[in-house]
Design a protein. Sequence first.
Length: 74
Amino acid sequence: MALKSLNLQAHPVALCVSIALISVYAIRTVKSYAKGKLPPGPKGIPFLGSLFQLSKTPWKEFEVWKKQYGMLTS
């Protein structure tokens, strides 16, 4: 059959190029999404947000951010 004649092993170069293209696409998508579609606020880390910017009293941080960036309403 035709399937037996196909070499289904991954080529290292093709794998690296595929990973690089997917990474570039993902980074460009995230950057273009964040440019104007999000409300103003503190810069965050992807997937973790501003978790590491909070102190032991996060409500004080939220008050500072509210004064700096305004109220968040939906």
